[in-house]
Write a protein of this length. Structure first.
Length: 275
């Protein structure tokens, strides 16, 4: 977020590592965890929605095909925007608060919940859902590629429940799924961050998505749409590796406990294997 929204005329950070160093030096290690309350509150519900909707949509579509995997993932991505957008708005505002300050002189927001309450009091529901359209445009195809990649990777690697290397294979598949999903729509994430950060200093720069795209490109060129990509991918692999592997292993365990037939499709992996 810091890299995506920094002023090109007076940049604070030269890159991912410099940003990491600067935050620790200027704001202590706790600066790296600003805004953590928002994801902690929202991610449980987001993952429940995503995997639940994807599994049920795929069953409703009937056939397990690459297209249906993509459509089911896209449906899941679209629905979770209801929680994702306000969550990321609070996270963005909290992460930008007190930039470069060891002890914040003025705190606009005490925590993520206080941030959302104050935005609502000032701007209403529209303020809480700032960046909703850009979030929807980002998440819908992104989750389609997310589940499609995972399905293709697990098939290609031959992930079987009795395979002694099934956990590393699941971790790798999940990590690669995260990377592909972020690469597919990353420019829109930059726009989303800029729109949600807009007005933090009291000055509003953008009137909407197209205006943000036009002004960003005019001022910084096409490279603006790759700002922060390195740090995003460094985060994406371990996070999604852990997410997918945990969900899949948990479902395998539950199936074995319930003595379900081997070929019965589950909500994540739908392939004719013991997994």
């Amino acid at each position: 977020v810091r890299l995506q929204v920094q002023n090109v005329e007076k940049p604070l950070y030269r890159g991912t590592f410099h940003c990491f160093q600067s935050i620790i030096k200027q704001e202590s290690v706790f600066g790296l965890y600003k805004g953590i309350g928002s994801p902690m509150m929202g991610l449980t519900f987001i993952n429940a929605l995503v995997f639940g909707v994807q599994g049920n949509t795929l069953r409703a579509l009937g056939k397990d095909t690459p297209l249906n995997q993509f459509l089911a993932g896209s449906a899941a991505g679209a629905i979770q925007c209801i929680i994702c957008c306000p969550m990321e708005l609070a996270k963005t505002r909290m992460q930008l608060q007190g930039t470069g300050e060891y002890k914040q002189k003025t705190k606009n927001y005490k925590n993520s919940l206080d941030c959302l309450i104050k935005i609502y009091q000032k701007e209403g529901l529209r303020g809480i859902n700032r960046g909703m359209v850009s979030t929807f445009i980002r998440e819908t195809p992104s989750f389609g590629f997310y589940f499609l990649t995972y399905d293709c990777m697990t098939r290609y690697l031959g992930c079987e429940a009795e395979d002694s290397y099934v956990i590393p294979k699941l971790l790798f598949s999940g990590g690669m799924s995260g990377i592909v999903s972020w690469l597919s729509t990353y420019p829109m994430d930059v726009i989303k961050s800029r729109l949600q950060a807009d007005g933090v200093g009291g000055v509003t720069q953008y009137s909407g998505i197209l205006d943000c795209v036009r002004k960003s490109y005019h001022e910084e060129g096409w490279r603006v749409f790759t700002r922060g990509l390195t740090s995003t991918l460094l985060r994406a692999f371990p996070v999604n590796a852990a997410t997918f592997a945990t969900v899949t292993v948990f479902l395998m365990y539950m199936k074995s406990e319930d003595n379900l037939p081997e070929c019965e499709p589950g909500p994540v992996i739908h392939q004719p294997s013991s997994l």
